[in-house]
Design a protein around this ligand. Sequence first.
Ligand code: ADP
Ligand code: ZN
Length: 329
Amino acid sequence: MISDPHKAEQSEQLSRKFLPNVQRFTGLGSLYGGIEAGGTKFICAVGSGPDHLLAETRFPTATPEVAIPQTIEFFRQQQAVHGPLAALGVAAFGPVDPNPASPTFGYITSTPKAGWINTDMLGRLRQAFDIPMGFDTDVNGAALGEWTWGAAQGLDTFVYLTIGTGVGGGGMVGGRPMHGLIHPEMGHMRLPRDPQADPFPGACPYHGDCLEGLTSGPAMEKRWGQPAETLPLDHPAWELEAHYIALGLVNLIVAISPQRVILGGGVMQQPHLFPMVRSRVQTLLNGYVQSPQILEHIESYIVPPALGGRAGVLGAIALAMQAVSPQAG
Ligand code: ADP
Ligand code: ZN
């Protein structure tokens, strides 16, 4: 599979090191392609796990006419170097159609992102590569990455929430990726807001002050007149941000009963938000959910992604692995 003998040896060593994961899916030596199609940027990678990534590239999401050919070109080049890929996985911004039985499976559907409405993402990739393909939302992808190698290992019911350009949520229930009518849209849950204490009407074009409308990076920038990453640590923005995130989490905790909640995305790169969110969740739940995970060990209950910024693209690789050898879902 790998023509360069040095690379083959390296790959074999790495495969041995990560034998349980690699073997669990497809046996030794297989390489997979992962595409994290984010609203702002695409990340494409080739490998078979966090410590076996052979190549990675990033480029702006731009338009489908630009980004999809760029994606195809990257994997063609990688195949020329490393040999054929066993499968491709796509974890895409949405809304998407993740239902394999649907005629629009693999489409990015009603997205507000200019140029991407009704894009047959998977179909275009299939025209270029005749290999198995996995497809899901970007958050379900990241959640699968965390389940396979990161903070959700060994769990069967957990939530992955990302707070970035938008707010998206996914994860697993009973060991299966969360799907349903379409897929969860946790970012658009409605939250109580006191308009006198907080007159900002929210930034969601559909709902105003839904979770995304109140807590996304662009919502913070609109509210405070500067990007979230430039706000000082003692700015009141963070208390309010933690309050609304905690309200969202409390709703998810009582509705889904997750064994853990992973919080990712650009805004959560502020480590001081974690203790604030945890303590607000405890306060808002008010002792009602009688689990030591919440009452005593909340620092290991609400956590950042163990795979950091690579959760999404590694999740896409995990989706590719599952397209060959399903383990969950
Ligand atoms: P995407 O949503 O495209 O995957 P991100 O998750 O990085 O990308 O989200 C980008 C948003 O997160 C922007 O609105 C930005 O202002 C905000 N952001 C990025 N980095 C930080 C940071 N370190 N602190 C607070 N906000 C951040
Ligand atoms: Zn909304």
